[in-house]
Write a protein that binds this ligand. Structure first.
Ligand SMILES: [Zn+2]
Length: 237
């Protein structure tokens, strides 16, 4: 992370400590987002994803670690693009929106879909995060700096999960919310992977992995839902 980026993250973090946010500024990330669809080998993407998870799991663990997270791996990259992540190179953009936007009702039982069926519905990045508990690289997703008003839907099944009204600047580089849009939209389970115990959160309809929830968030809940942009599809309004 460059000094400029570090300064920005620190400033944002300070702002968070003062319980700021929800300022409605024009989004910067939405316009810069673009879809990256790469045909990855299953083995290659899994190996890279595992290394990315190991690094980013700790990065998402605490706001205080966010500034040191830029060296962590990224999700689902093949060798040709992974080089960009070494030595603080430019971040590889992550997917902004699903290649497909499955509408509610198109699948009778979302939880019954097989891995192969999910692969056909999702981009490689979405599959790594939603179906294999991957984590996108901090400050690279489409929505961490999105301040538009609207609803964040599950990028797997399109269920409405979070509202911009509950979004805050955590300074972590991942979109962060104090609560889901409704209590029955998000399920939670203990995640003991990578040598730590965290609370994993996923979509209640399709079980698509969203991120983790921590108890160091601002009012009114004191919770911080640390969510992957890749797991979301933002709908303004
Ligand atoms: Zn879902």
């Amino acid at each position: 992370m460059s000094h400029d980026e570090t300064g920005r993250a620190t400033a944002t973090y300070s702002a968070f400590r003062r319980h700021v946010t929800n300022a409605k500024r024009p989004t910067e990330s939405a316009n810069s987002s673009r879809t990256t669809e790469r045909a990855l080998s299953r083995r290659g993407s899994l190996l890279v994803a595992l290394s990315g998870i190991a690094g980013l799991a700790s990065a998402c663990r605490s706001r205080d670690n966010a500034r040191a997270s830029s060296g962590a791996g990224s999700i689902a990259r093949d060798d040709s693009s992974a080089g960009a992540t070494a030595g603080g190179g430019p971040a590889v953009p992550t997917t902004a929106a699903p290649a497909t936007q499955p509408g509610a009702g198109t699948v009778a039982d979302w939880r019954a879909l097989t891995a192969d069926e999910w692969r056909r519905r999702l981009t490689a990045e979405q599959f790594e995060v939603l179906r294999e508990q991957g984590t996108e690289r901090a400050f690279t997703g489409a929505y961490w700096n999105n301040h538009e008003r609207g609803v964040y839907r599950c990028s797997g099944c399109d269920l409405e999960l979070f509202s911009s009204a509950d979004k805050f600047d955590s300074g972590t580089g991942w979109p962060s919310f104090t609560r889901p849009i409704a209590t029955d939209r998000i399920e939670q389970q203990t995640d003991d992977s990578h040598g730590m115990s965290r609370d994993e959160v996923h979509c209640a309809r399709c079980r698509g992995h969203q991120g983790h929830v921590f108890d160091d968030g601002p009012a009114p809940t004191g919770l911080r839902y640390c969510i992957n942009s890749v797991s979301l599809r933002f709908v303004a309004g």
